[in-house]
Design a protein around this ligand. Sequence first.
Ligand SMILES: NC(=O)c1ccc[n+]([C@@H]2O[C@H](COP(=O)([O-])OP(=O)(O)OC[C@H]3O[C@@H](n4cnc5c(N)ncnc54)[C@H](O)[C@@H]3O)[C@@H](O)[C@H]2O)c1
Ligand SMILES: CC(C)C[C@H](N)C(=O)O
Length: 367
Amino acid sequence: MEIFKYMEKYDYEQLLFCQDEQSGLKAIIAIHDTTLGPALGGTRMWTYDSEDAAIEDALRLARGMTYKNAAAGLNLGGGKTVIIGDPRKDKNEAMFRAFGRFIQGLNGRYITAEDVGTTVADMDIIYEETDYVTGISPAFGSSGNPSPVTAYGVYRGMKAAAKEAFGSDSLEGKVIAVQGVGNVAYNLCRHLYEEGAQLIVTDINKEAVQRVAEEFGAKAVDPSEIYRVDCDIFAPCALGGIINDETIPQLKAKVIAGAANNQLREPKHGDKIHEMGIVYAPDYVINAGGVINVADELYGYNRERAMKKVEQIYNNIEKVFEIAKRDHIPTYVAADRLAEERIETMRKSRSQFLQNGQHILSRRHTR
Ligand SMILES: NC(=O)c1ccc[n+]([C@@H]2O[C@H](COP(=O)([O-])OP(=O)(O)OC[C@H]3O[C@@H](n4cnc5c(N)ncnc54)[C@H](O)[C@@H]3O)[C@@H](O)[C@H]2O)c1
Ligand SMILES: CC(C)C[C@H](N)C(=O)O
C-alpha cells in the first residue's frame, strides 16, 4: 500500500504505529481531520489478514468519523484506532495501559472510545493512563456502553426514513429485516418490537438470534437469506460492504436504515439503490448516537442533554433527504455534502483570526 499517496488522496493528517512488545500491543491510530476539534473515534480490535488491511481499515474508519462527527453537529474531528489481535484471546491489562500512554502522548489530538472488539472495561483501563478516553464506566460519572444509545438513534433515523418512503413515520405493522443482532441491533429490535413492527432477523451467532426470537417474536432466517426476504425496511447491523453487486438485485425493501458502518461497498452502489428508488439513510448519519453520547462526557456527562442531541438524528436524516432532493443527488452524496459544508465553513471562520491557538490581536495585550 502506498501510504502517503492514500493519505494525500483523502487529506489525512496523521498516522501512528504503536508497539509494545511486552503486552503484545500493535495499534494503528489514524487521525483524519481536526478542523472541527480533537479527533474522536473508537478503537477496533480485530484479527486482520495483513498489516495493510489493518492500516486501510484504520484510515477508512477515521475518515468516516470526520464525516459522522461533522454531520452530527459535534465540534470534533475524525480519528480511529485499530489494534491487531483477537479480542477473545489477546487482550490484557498491560496492553490497554500501554495504549493509553500512547494516546496521552498525543496530548488531546485524539480521543478514543469503544468500537467492535473493545468494551467499557477496556476503556476503564485506558483511563488509568489518560483522560483522552470516553465511554468509560458510569461509576466514573461517564456514559458507559454506547450501543443502546446508537440503537435509539438508528430507531429515530429509521422513523424519518419511513416517513420519506411511506408518508408516515409509524413503524407499526412494518416488516423489518435486521442483519446481525449484536449489541446495537438487540436494542434496536426492542424499540421496533415495542412500536409493533414485525421482525425478521439473522446472525451467525445462534444464541443471539434465539434471544430476539424469544423476547421480540422475531422470525429467524439464514444469514444468506436476509437480503431477499419480503420486507419494508432492511436494517444492516453487522458488517460493512453489504450493499454490493451481489446483494442489490435481491433486495425487496423500500428503505435501508441500519447501524453498520460503511454499508456501501463502493459509491456506485449508492447510485444504484438511488436509481431503484430505495430510500437510503446514510450510515454515518443514522448511527451517530453512540459518538454523540460519549462526546457529551467532554462537557461532564449529562444524559438528558446527550439524548436530546441523539433525538436530532431524525432531523439530520430529514436534512439529508432535503439536500438530496434540492440538488438531485443520492442521499449518500447529500450526507457528504452536509458534513463537508460544515467543515469548510468552520475552517474559514477558524483560520481567519487565530495564530498558535490565540486570536492574532491577543498578543497586543501581552506586550
Ligand atoms: N456499538 C456502537 O455503538 C456502534 C456505533 C456506530 C456503528 N456501529 C456499527 O454497527 C455494527 C454493529 O455493531 P455492534 O456493536 O452491535 O457489534 P456486535 O459485534 O455486537 O454485533 C454484530 C453482530 O453481527 C453478527 N454478524 C457478523 N457477521 C455476520 C453475518 N455475516 N451475517 C449475520 N450476522 C453477522 C455478529 O455475530 C454479531 O452478533 C458494526 O458495523 C459497528 O461498526 C456500532
Ligand atoms: C466513539 C464510538 C462510540 C464510535 C462508534 N464505534 C462509531 O463507530 O460510531
